[in-house]
Design a protein around this ligand. Sequence first.
Ligand SMILES: NC(=O)c1ccc[n+]([C@@H]2O[C@H](COP(=O)([O-])OP(=O)(O)OC[C@H]3O[C@@H](n4cnc5c(N)ncnc54)[C@H](OP(=O)(O)O)[C@@H]3O)[C@@H](O)[C@H]2O)c1
Length: 131
Amino acid sequence: MDLGLTDRVYVLTGASRGLGFATAQCLVADGARVVLSARDADAVAAAAQRLGGPERAVGLTADLADAQTPERLVAVAREHFGRLDGALVSVGGPPPGSAASVTDEQWRRSFETVFLGTVRMVRTVAEHLAG
Ligand SMILES: NC(=O)c1ccc[n+]([C@@H]2O[C@H](COP(=O)([O-])OP(=O)(O)OC[C@H]3O[C@@H](n4cnc5c(N)ncnc54)[C@H](OP(=O)(O)O)[C@@H]3O)[C@@H](O)[C@H]2O)c1
């Protein structure tokens, strides 16, 4: 089935492994190109290589909690592939533990990443898609 994704370009966060990487694999298999990100530079580089290298996938080492990450990802998509068609926002959740055992600082860090990071990412990508 042709999903019409050939040469479309997507940015993905939390995509060096897990759900984000699996989604990147599906997009590339359908002909799309991807910009993927996570915090560990070696894992990002390895994931981009597994997806086919610079023709198909480029990696950016970036923390979703960083306010600059959305604009950086959009810029790489535009500079490397010349367009942007959408995004997948995935990220690791809070550390495993009960509500009682997770500290205030861990909750704050998770809020910065999972909530604010996602809101910023979606807002930035939506602005660029609208143009
Ligand atoms: N797997 C499931 O069946 C499932 C089901 C329901 C919900 N979920 C939720 O979906 C999310 C992803 O799950 P997963 O199984 O794909 O997790 P995973 O295998 O642990 O992968 C998480 C990915 O996110 C990256 N990441 C973590 N923190 C980040 C940050 N602050 N900024 C940028 N990238 C970050 C990780 O790389 P780095 O550590 O190098 O940054 C990695 O690439 C989690 O919140 C999980 O709770 C998962």
